[in-house]
Write a protein that binds this ligand. Structure first.
Ligand code: ATP
Ligand code: MG
Length: 631
């Protein structure tokens, strides 16, 4: 049985380390499989081997993936390859020239062998047919195994299973010999340089915490651990001097016995790490991690192919003309398999995840420049890796998991024809629109919902850029600060300009708000809205979902009044919101990321769900009003 490490224990252990290098080594020790866990896996493999040999004489069960590649963690899945090559030969010879079966079955077991192998001809059977057979054997004949299921849809079809006593999940594949090679290659890299394991463990965990990698159910748009690991190895190949050799260099060092062609791909590399020359690179783990973030924060993932074969990023135009390039599936994230050269191991990654990966790297790089990263806190504060591993560190606040993203679409509908024209002619159209949306968000949070908001660095309120927006009124600035907003400073979206190095000419901008909610303004709005309508001033706006901005302001005020104005010393909720322009040249959406202060639980969830519906509608109304210059 494996014991999952609690996040608290992890933080505690890491904070006690002396420096970042020590933290990274700690990480490996905390995560890696214990001796007893390894023994259990070994026993399972032996058991599988015995059972399968009964049915498939000469077969081999070979573990691959994280159980054996050097990047194991507690409870990682057990990837197995069922090698049926020898069984095929056996079956072919058993059938003999004219079906002379009698020669074979000398032993007492021959009945069962005959019964299963006489049902199927392994040389002509399809993969699904063999897999169903494997599933049947697993289901019926391996003790302690349950939830057996053949999955045919995956790129590499597998039979999934669960081992009851240990809770281990695993899968068996039958046509995945390349995985044995790449597993061995990863293992070789861990043997070649002792910095490989700590660095990969740190980045795997970071990516998991940022919801960028490691989907436990497989599939989906996240990076998988294999692809992420290759990215780290590539990074080490490209250091100056290199920390790892390229595959082309490894091929040169391969002895005659280690030459291998698998599925037509050259998989030759030395099996023994002692054949490799020690690296001249002496960078510390602490600086390697920071450099990883810096480099991939600015890497053009969509524009080139990461090649571990050559240890460099190949520009796409010329790569696509190559023989393998023509067959490869390109995407926003391109990492070439080290052996199966026509395979992009990150082909499943979508645009959004690719962009978020980059943003997270930039935030990581920024954090790594701070003293908080580099030096142990003497006051017992989180430092070093710990803050990188927090799902929503303030530095990365704008990059909360997808669940806390509200997208505000661009809508021309809200604009008057005149404004529409002006906006479309504006030199920096996206920028201009983005500023409007930010002003609207400010208004909705502060004036409509009565949150108190502050930004860390301030431009005074009411300086909404209006240069390009014709005769429109800056709405925000015309509001007077309200006396009922205790603790609320003049609201000032903090403008952060993230510098982009390299060729990208466009400056990326984000605006963030730090907010406190004092009243349950998200509850019972519909009821209050109805009451207000009854009380008097008949509202022309009869929409059920939300009234005009003015009505919604009154609704909030009424809720606050009903709560009895009893404001606690502490707000109900605190969160930061961070807006940025959607990625991509044509993307006019505004992405608004929310990061709650930790441990607020269900209350924040409620508030957030409310905002998902309310905020975009109100923003649209505000922008429309500003554009028409009404009211
Ligand atoms: P973990 O199981 O902890 O996520 P892992 O290293 O075992 O880590 P898996 O995703 O289980 O990663 O993959 C196991 C093996 O399957 C890899 O070592 C690799 O050989 C192969 N593999 C996984 N994903 C791919 C892929 N996208 N392309 C090619 N081979 C892959
Ligand atoms: Mg695995």
């Amino acid at each position: 049985h494996h014991v999952q490490l609690s996040p608290e224990k992890l933080v505690q252990a890491l904070c006690q380390a002396d420096d970042v290098d020590a933290q990274m080594s700690q990480l490996v020790q905390l995560f890696e499989l214990s001796e007893s866990e390894r023994r259990l896996r070994h026993l399972l493999v032996t058991l599988f081997q015995e059972v399968f040999s009964e049915f498939f004489p000469g077969c081999a069960i070979l573990p691959f993936g994280s159980s054996v590649n050097g990047f194991d963690i507690h409870g990682c899945d057990l990837d197995l390859f069922l090698d049926l090559e020898k069984t095929k030969t056996f079956q072919a010879s058993a059938k003999g020239p004219q079906g002379a079966q009698a020669e074979e079955g000398a032993g007492p077991d021959s009945d069962s062998e005959d019964s299963i192998l006489s049902d199927i001809d392994l040389t002509t059977a399809t993969v699904p047919e063999v897999l169903e057979l494997v599933a049947a054997v697993l289901q019926k004949c391996v003790p302690g195994v349950h939830s057996v299921q053949a999955v045919h849809s995956a790129r590499r079809p597998v039979v999934k299973f669960c081992h009851k006593d240990s809770g281990l999940l695993g899968d068996i594949s039958i046509n995945n010999r390349l995985a044995l090679c790449n597993t061995r290659f990863l293992q070789l890299c861990t043997e070649a340089d002792e910095r490989v394991r700590p660095l990969v463990y740190a980045l795997r965990y970071w990516a998991k915490q940022q919801a960028l990698a490691g989907n436990p159910f497989g599939g989906g748009p996240l990076l998988n651990n294999y692809a992420l690991t290759l990215l780290v190895l590539f990074f080490l190949q490209t250091r100056i001097p290199p920390a790892l050799p390229t595959l082309a260099q490894l091929r040169e060092l391969t002895g005659d016995g280690d030459q291998a062609i698998v599925d037509g791909w050259d998989c030759s590399f030395p099996q023994d790490a002692s054949r490799l020359e020690p690296s001249a690179n002496t960078e510390s783990l602490c600086s390697l991690l920071a450099e990883f973030f810096r480099i991939f924060g600015d890497h053009d993932f969509a524009g080139c192919m990461i090649s571990l074969q050559e240890g460099r990023a190949l520009p796409l135009p010329s790569f696509l003309l190559s023989e393998v390039g023509a067959k490869l599936k390109l995407g926003p994230f391109n990492v070439q398999d080290p052996f199966e050269l026509s395979h992009n191991v990150a082909a499943n990654v979508n645009e959004k995840i690719a962009q978020r990966f980059q943003h997270c790297c930039r935030d990581g790089a920024k954090y790594c420049r701070s003293l908080q990263y580099q030096r142990k806190s003497s006051k017992g504060k989180a430092w070093g890796l710990v803050r990188l591993f927090q799902p929503g560190v303030p530095e990365a606040g704008e990059l909360g998991p997808d669940g806390l993203l509200i997208t505000i679409p661009f809508t021309l509908m809200a604009l008057s024809p005149g404004s529409r024209q002006l906006l479309c002619q504006a030199r920096d159209f996206r920028r201009c629109w983005f500023d409007k949306v930010c002003a609207a968000i400010t208004f909705v949070l502060k004036d409509v919902l009565k949150c108190s908001c502050t930004g860390p660095a301030g431009e005074p309120l009411g300086q909404e850029p209006t240069e390009q927006s014709g005769g429109e009124q800056p709405i925000v600035g015309s509001k007077h600060p309200r006396s009922d907003e205790r603790g609320s400073l003049a609201l000032s979206p903090a403008k952060k300009r993230l510098r982009v190095e390299g060729p990208a000419p466009e400056e990326e901008e984000s605006v963030s708000w730090s907010c406190a909610v004092w009243h349950r303004v998200w509850m019972g709005r519909r009821r209050v809205r109805r009451q207000l309508r009854h009380l008097g001033s008949p509202q022309p706006d009869t929409e059920q979902e939300a009234g005009s901005l003015e009505v919604e302001e009154k609704v909030s005020e009424a809720i606050i009044h009903q709560e009895g104005d009893s404001m606690g010393a502490e707000p109900l909720l605190r969160f930061t919101a961070c807006a940025r322009v959607g990625g991509g040249q044509e993307d006019t959406r505004t992405l608004l990321y929310f990061t709650p202060v930790p441990q607020q639980g269900p209350l924040f969830q409620d508030f957030y769900h409310f905002l998902q519906g309310f905020l975009p509608r109100m923003v649209e109304r505000y922008v429309g009003r500003a554009a028409w210059g009404r009211q």
